[in-house]
Ligand binder design. Structure first.
Ligand SMILES: [Zn+2]
Length: 175
């Protein structure tokens, strides 16, 4: 009979653990915009250059300027939304566990917002490059970055070869 009692205790413990994990899952919020912040998101179709159109023509520069501005606006409104949510949610919570989970969530949110602020700065630099006619050319070797690469990464400042090299070097330095 002693065994039965032990099992009951174990069962009870498992139940509590289950309840806790269920609670955590329920509290997890869906991520608003995880990756995939590319041109198509803003309803801007990829640029179709005319025959013999020169690289980084007026039309192309305007195209990427529109994408960058739309992207920036989207990121800025997300930052605003988070700040508002955090203020709303930061009201009295009687449960200490709830508060701990909430603080964890806030920490994650803050890290996400920090990344977004850095991205906004990169976008601003790209918009500045368009103004100065520097946009679309590799910072390191000077060749054309290419429309397709820019559609996928409008903030790219390196051609794919220089980017690959830079990543290899970075890996070597970190490892
Ligand atoms: Zn290059």
């Amino acid at each position: 009979m002693a065994n039965d009692n032990q099992n009951q205790v174990l069962d009870a413990q498992t139940d509590t653990a289950d309840e806790k994990s269920v609670k955590r899952v329920r509290k997890a919020k869906p991520k608003a915009s995880e990756g995939g912040s590319t041109a198509s998101l803003f309803g801007i179709e990829p640029y179709q250059p005319k025959k013999n159109e020169e690289y980084m023509s007026e039309g192309q520069l305007e195209h990427f300027r529109r994408i960058l501005l739309a992207w920036k606006a989207e990121l800025m409104s997300e930052v605003d939304r988070t700040l508002n949510t955090m203020q709303d949610e930061n009201t009295a919570l009687p449960d200490v566990n709830d508060r701990a989970t909430q603080e964890e969530e806030f920490a994650i949110e803050l890290r996400t917002r920090d990344r977004e602020r850095k991205l906004i700065r990169k976008i601003e630099q790209s918009i500045e490059a368009i103004k100065n006619d520097d946009y679309g050319f590799c910072e390191t070797c000077g060749i054309e970055i290419g429309l397709r690469r820019l559609e996928a990464r409008p903030t790219a400042t390196l051609c794919i070869d220089c980017k690959t090299l830079a990543e290899i070097k970075e890996k070597q330095n970190n490892g």
